[in-house]
Design a protein around this ligand. Structure first.
Ligand code: FMN
Length: 158
């Protein structure tokens, strides 16, 4: 390889993404959220989406094999939520940040769009686990600007 880990990370960061909160509920009923920008569409028919979970996450066990989870795309005004749920040990959702979805996964209030998913499959992907979800419900706001992540920092579209 002609590059080191830092160079690879920097290069990958040149791909602009949105920012999501992945949400689920533990077996004890605790609602959790984790900030992620690895969200991607997979398939329209059937409706499949994915995100990648780092293998060394403290909350790996809760996010790796949930029956249901939600992918909530954050709006420009929700940068504070992105920062909050990206902190180690800070994944318990505050009650005023969500309402329960149809299948139990927390739906983030005022997200641009939320995909309510059932776990379809997982695949090992190096130091991450690829988590594929089947979309059962979608809730979306009529308007709003996305929170954008690019080159290690938050951006806005214009
Ligand atoms: C913009 C952004 C995107 C991130 N994307 C991912 C991701 O796709 N997958 C992931 O596992 N962690 C991602 N993280 C890291 C987690 O949000 C969080 O920092 C990490 O899970 C904290 O460690 P813990 O899981 O051990 O608590 C991202 C963080 C930020 C700020």
């Amino acid at each position: 390889m002609s590059f080191d880990g830092r160079e690879l990370r920097n290069a990958l960061g040149r791909f602009a993404t949105g920012v999501c909160l992945i949400t689920t509920v533990t077996e004890d009923g605790e609602p959790l959220a984790l900030t992620a920008n690895s969200f991607s569409s997979v398939s329209l028919d059937p409706p499949l989406v994915l995100w990648n979970l780092q293998n060394n996450s403290d909350v790996y066990a809760h996010f790796a094999t949930p029956n249901y989870f939600a992918i909530n795309v954050l709006s420009l005004e929700q940068q504070a939520l992105s920062n909050q749920y990206a902190k180690k040990g800070e994944h318990t959702l505050a009650p005023d940040h969500f309402s329960p979805g149809k299948f139990g996964a927390p739906i983030i209030r005022d997200a641009l769009v939320s995909f309510d998913c059932e776990l379809e499959a997982t695949h090992e992907g190096g130091d991450h686990l690829i988590i594929v979800g089947r979309v059962h419900e979608m809730l979306s706001r009529a308007d709003g600007e996305p929170l954008v992540f690019y080159s290690g920092g938050y951006r806005e579209l214009s």
